[in-house]
Ligand binder design. Structure first.
Ligand code: NAD
Length: 277
């Protein structure tokens, strides 16, 4: 399969489907990422918080692929929002990955109640990384509309992406709509709600109807909505299964049936970014 590239607001491109490595132990990361690269994934989503940046970098280098062939995202951990801390943390990320640039670097959480809520100075520090070429693209994660509005008012650059929780049980429509209106791409984290939506009767029914697995149906739903996804798995068969979402289509009726599973705030699996500290 060929994975489409999406063009970001800074002109760089990102593969729409990637591989997420949250909750993969460092000792399992080499095997999982090797399998993903072998299957054809060319986009890896890691973070300082995940503790496996070094193993991600090691696996990419060992794969024999050119550095430029693999899109790598990492994220600034929550303890390092102050500009000098962010500079040091970014250098550690590059050192762990053993690379001299990262494709995409994100502020992991806005933390509006910590550091006097000053994520704007953190964002300005990421702008430096982009200007000096060590971050090809920069973005945010878990930003709500109010946080994005503050950046729009107080900073120079518009984030290339906002990586937020989105899946059929939590459509996160308001934040996605803001992104669409302001040219900020949505990356949908926990796209299959860590497996929880896969036994949903509607999802199972659609899967039977189209002759695909529940995971493929849900990932395809995201892709057709234009979001970027990077499902996580350490099971080789599932790593392959999750990659097979570009050779079929869901019709409008089916798309709508899945969209209607939205439970609003009640469907959220992770913390609410307004209060997460
Ligand atoms: P996910 O929605 O990708 O679900 C992963 C889990 O679903 C697996 O552990 C497995 O149990 C199950 N699964 C995977 N494929 C399956 C299949 N084909 N069939 C049946 N079960 C399957 O959850 P996630 O890991 O939380 O999210 C994906 C990625 O998003 C993460 O790895 C990380 O990169 C990113 N993420 C970012 C944030 C953030 O705050 N920015 C938060 C959470 C996740």
């Amino acid at each position: 399969h060929t994975i489409p590239d999406i063009t970001l607001n800074d002109g760089n491109t990102i593969p729409q489907l990637g591989f997420g490595v949250y909750q993969i132990e460092p000792r399992d990361t080499v095997e999982a990422v090797s399998k993903a690269l072998e299957v054809g994934y060319r986009h890896i989503d890691t973070a300082e918080m995940y503790g496996n940046e070094a193993e991600v970098g090691q696996t990419i280098r060992a794969s024999g692929l050119d550095r430029g062939a693999v899109f790598v995202t990492s994220k600034l951990n929550n303890g390092f929002h102050r500009p000098d801390d962010a500079r040091r943390a970014f250098e550690s990320t590059l050192a762990a990955l053993k690379t001299d640039y990262i494709d995409l670097f994100l502020i992991h959480w806005p933390l509006p109640t910590r550091y006097d809520g000053d994520f704007v100075s953190t964002w300005r520090t990421l702008e430096e990384f982009q200007r000096d070429g060590r971050a090809r693209s920069i973005g945010v994660s878990n930003f709500q509309v109010a946080h994005l509005e503050r950046l729009a008012a107080e900073a120079d650059m518009v984030p290339a992406v906002n990586q937020i929780e989105v899946h059929p049980y939590f459509g996160n429509q308001e934040v996605r709509a803001y992104g669409r209106a302001h040219n900020i791409l949505t990356e949908a984290w926990s796209p299959i709600a860590q497996g929880k939506v896969l036994r949903d009767p509607t999802v199972v029914d659609v899967a039977e109807q189209v002759g695909r697995t529940p995971a493929q149906v849900v990932l395809r739903w995201h892709v057709q909505r234009g979001d970027i996804v990077f499902p996580k798995s350490t099971t080789p068969e599932r790593i392959e299964e999750n990659f097979g979402v570009f050779d079929f289509e869901l019709d409008d009726v089916v798309m709508e049936r899945i969209t209607e599973l939205d439970r609003g705030e009640a469907g959220r699996q992770g913390p609410n970014p307004d209060t997460f500290d």
